[in-house]
Design a protein around this ligand. Sequence first.
Ligand SMILES: Nc1ncnc2c1ncn2[C@@H]1O[C@H](COP(=O)(O)OP(=O)(O)OP(=O)(O)O)[C@@H](O)[C@H]1O
Ligand SMILES: [Mg+2]
Length: 373
Amino acid sequence: MPAAGVSAPSGFEAVGSVAVRTFATTSHLTTAHQTMDGQHVNAMAGNEGSREPTPFADFEDVPEGHFYDPDAEYEPDPEYAATLAPDAARQRRERVGPTGRPLPYFPIPGPLTDHGPAQIIAMCNQKGGVGKTTSTINLGAALAEYGRRVLLVDFDPQGALSVGLGVNPMELDLTVYNLLMERGMAADEVLLKTAVPNMDLLPSNIDLSAAEVQLVSEVARESTLQRALKPLMQDYDYIVIDCQPSLGLLTVNALTAAHRVIVPLECEFFALRGVALLTETIEKVQERLNPELELDGILATMYDSRTVHSREVLARVVEAFDEHVYHTVIGRTVRFPETTVAGEPITTYASNSVGAAAYRQLAREVLARCHAE
Ligand SMILES: Nc1ncnc2c1ncn2[C@@H]1O[C@H](COP(=O)(O)OP(=O)(O)OP(=O)(O)O)[C@@H](O)[C@H]1O
Ligand SMILES: [Mg+2]
């Protein structure tokens, strides 16, 4: 029986309480996480290349010819999509959002007549692949669409943010590394205009990995980025820093420069692992380096409203962080990996998609939180 209110989209079949993709053969299938009737399972359909079941696996049988493909592009779940409507009348009706709480109305922000000083947001989680870079690009692009001047800072030597905006990091002569390490370097020399109006980029590449070592011997090493961004504060309304997946000196620099932190969490079983260490680091930076810093919000990403597993993880995250969890939840869709290849935000690549609507709503929620203070 499908879960109440959930019907299987085309190309999918309802098995247990989830939609699973149907394939003609199973011979090539490997491990997939499956959720049936509220249980976590590790489905091993076909044994080629199979891995050890994970410790929480308690079910190993998937009906032949089926497996759950978490990366499949679902038809947008109409219930989830409806929670993203920027339509005041619809949103004002009492509706429960994906987090299980009543969904407030986030108004469409009016135009600004003047700009700055910037609010600095660090996008931070030492866990890899949780959606930090995707969220930096798309939150930035959505804020820019609403007329805010936005600067994105690529603070990861992998340069994924730069790549995601169509820049080849290997071809850059000047990056955020030069801005950090060379006294007298003007930000203008490093800044790049992006294809999105109102949005600029401080790019990075592998050079930045040297900064982590070189900064150790600097005076006030934790506030190097803060000093570098200071001259830019008046030019922008929002500066969003894409952190690397570690809690090293570069991330501490980002937290020292920031007013608020957004922590993206992937809706999967180990989402909360390591979050205690992250909140401890944020508290230490608050105490010792930056009393203004606030944990603005936990952003649930890669949420799949059709799986009990995603819903359970999200419920646990809300239990742990309560009102710190954004009402806006980012759904899982292959559209995001596609945008990286295209080198542009989802708001321009697939402007009418559910993913674009989700980041626009996040932008409105972030603006509402900033103005509530
Ligand atoms: N909502 C989503 N649905 C589906 N795929 C997503 C979603 N968000 C991000 N992805 C994909 O997941 C991968 C990891 O995302 P991203 O690079 O944003 O994470 P990250 O936290 O910045 O990773 P890292 O720690 O390596 O810097 C990328 O391939 C991205 O396209
Ligand atoms: Mg990243």
